[in-house]
Write a protein that binds this ligand. Structure first.
Ligand code: PGA
Length: 247
């Protein structure tokens, strides 16, 4: 049985004051959830969030990491640095990184590999654009993105978390229907099964305008093992009600 994971992706939002208010509200309201909960915060706030979350039931995650181990890579942050601040997870290949920072499938695969080698669980993001969906290319695109990560990581693939985030649903208020999401998750699960005998362990998250109103239906699907939540993770009541909708 896969334990569900609800992960917040704060993106480039927050401030020292706002983070403290948000985390304190989450800790006050979260109780003992049946799922795992994580917050992927901006790198600049890892230290602050680490000390606020330390010892709580909420795990810390980063939003990106370098594919390199150490050295002359100005502006980059290594896995070893993330580990020093208690990061358990790291988003890898978010569509905003692919789109605005030109991350290729092979860079994403290397980042996942580096994270796994460092004991950080990569949350690998895949997803098609609206044009790709309309052209009937959804499966081809997500399978290509996942294949690169499988190829680079071999049997370690069972240690990743995979997030299906249709690009057209991110931050737009347009959620994939539960059926649309489950259909893609089933394709990804089958691809993982062909690569690993442990594929049943891998958590597949859905992301893209998940909110308090649609979470329960999405999370009830057979292959949806949690959510990656952007906008709604910035408001404590919304994020808490998504957590509460896991059963
Ligand atoms: P959203 O973002 O929930 O605001 O659509 C999700 C994500 O980009 O991870």
């Amino acid at each position: 049985m896969r334990k569900k994971l609800i992960a917040g992706n704060w993106k480039m939002n927050g401030s020292l004051v706002a983070n403290e208010i948000l985390i304190k509200s989450l800790l006050a309201g979260v109780g003992t959830p049946v799922c795992q909960v994580a917050l992927c915060v901006p790198a600049a706030y890892l230290a602050q969030c680490h000390s606020l979350l330390n010892g709580s039931g909420i795990d810390l995650g980063a939003q990106d990491v370098s594919q390199h181990e150490v050295g002359a890579f100005t502006g980059e942050i290594s896995c070893a640095m993330l580990k020093e601040f208690g990061a358990r997870y790291c988003l890898v290949g978010h569509s905003e990184r692919r789109q605005y920072h030109f991350e290729t499938d092979s860079v994403v695969a290397l980042k996942a590999q580096r994270a796994l080698a460092s004991g950080i669980t990569p949350i690998v993001c895949v997803g098609e654009t609206l044009a790709e969906r309309e052209a009937g290319r959804t499966e081809e695109v997500v399978k290509r993105q996942l294949a690169a990560v499988i190829h680079a990581n071999g049997h370690c693939i069972s240690e990743i978390v995979l997030a299906y985030e249709p690009v057209w649903a991110i931050g737009t208020g347009k959620t994939a229907s539960a059926e649309q999401a489950q259909q893609v998750h089933a394709v990804l699960r089958a691809q993982l099964k062909a690569a690993s005998s442990q594929a049943d362990r891998i958590r597949l998250l859905y992301g893209g305008s998940m909110n308090a109103a649609n979470a329960a239906q999405l999370l009830a699907q057979a292959d949806i093992d949690g959510g990656l939540i952007g906008g709604a993770s910035l408001k404590a009541p919304d994020f808490l009600s998504i957590i509460a909708s896991v059963n």
